[in-house]
Design a protein. Structure first.
Length: 127
């Protein structure tokens, strides 16, 4: 019985002490995580349109080369500045080596089994 009581006190102390470093000085609230961002393209030969700076969930237009991922069924788009994992869209238009323009939204928090590229939900593909 005494061991349970000691363990409870220790766990309660860790829980309270563990929160001390999460916020700013004198605050008990945790610090906010920085918002997700999309890397802007280089100025020379940009293959990502200017609206690529939009936050996650905003419409973006990308231009690049289709590549197969290392995992079966994973399709990547390699731009000048970044690699995207294409989710959805017309797979017939996404042949390895093809230069395409894709429209859709970045989904950096989307869990996948592909382990490559930033997930990008495709709404339209053009050759």
């Amino acid at each position: 019985m005494r061991l349970r009581f000691v363990a409870l006190i220790v766990l309660a102390g860790i829980g309270l002490g563990g929160l001390a470093g999460c916020g700013s000085a004198g605050s008990s609230e945790p610090a906010a995580a920085p918002p997700p961002s999309v890397i802007p393209p280089s100025s020379a030969g940009a293959s990502v349109k200017p609206d690529d700076s939009a936050p996650s969930g905003s419409a973006v237009t990308l231009r690049g080369t289709i590549k197969n991922g290392v995992e079966p069924g994973c399709v990547l788009l390699a731009t000048d500045s970044k690699t995207y994992l294409l989710v959805g869209g017309d797979r017939a238009a996404m042949k390895s080596g093809a230069q395409v323009t894709v429209y859709g939204t970045p989904q950096p928090d989307l869990m996948t089994t592909c382990q490559q590229g930033t997930p990008f939900q495709v709404t339209k593909v053009e050759s």
